[in-house]
Design a protein around this ligand. Structure first.
Ligand code: AMP
Length: 138
């Protein structure tokens, strides 16, 4: 399995496609998922391309996990969540649809029901508001 740099997250990292950005540093970027499974659903990606967890460099993974922790803490506070679920899919058979490593962050309140994976596109105004809410706690 090889990394194809012509994927949508690589284009977001290069600034060729817009995103609702939450956090950026030298190694990672975090932004809102456009088809959220719950309010506050966001994604963390490394800037260096790897297809998924299976071919990722350990140093890159360490940066991604550090950013995932930071954004997960902020998303929980922003949405008054009781917990946070992380999801990460590897290869099509396991549900991966974008082939650039990413972690899903899903802040959850007791009893929340998740919308389907890659379901409905959210309103961009709402996504921008949600990104701003999370930004307050980064
Ligand atoms: P997966 O590869 O299955 O882990 O999921 C890819 C995720 O990326 C899905 O949850 C999509 O809703 C999300 N997604 C796809 N295109 C974009 C985009 N342009 N901006 C933000 N999220 C996206």
């Amino acid at each position: 399995m090889i990394y194809d740099p012509n994927n949508i997250f690589a284009k977001i990292i290069l600034g060729e496609i817009p995103c609702h950005k939450i956090y950026e540093d030298e190694h990672t970027l975090a932004f809102m998922d456009v088809m959220p499974q719950v309010d506050g659903h966001c994604l963390v990606v490394p800037k260096v391309g790897s297809r998924n967890l299976l071919d990722s460099d350990l140093a890159v993974l360490a940066h991604v996990i550090a950013t995932t922790q930071k954004v997960a803490q902020a998303a929980m506070k922003a949405f008054g969540a009781d917990g946070v679920q992380l999801r990460q899919y590897n290869e099509q058979a396991a549900g991966q649809t974008v082939f650039h490593l990413h972690f899903h962050i899903l802040p959850l309140k007791e009893g929340d029901i998740l919308q389907p994976h890659t379901g409905k596109m959210a309103d961009h105004g709402v996504l921008a508001e949600h990104a701003n809410e999370i930004l307050k706690y980064i």
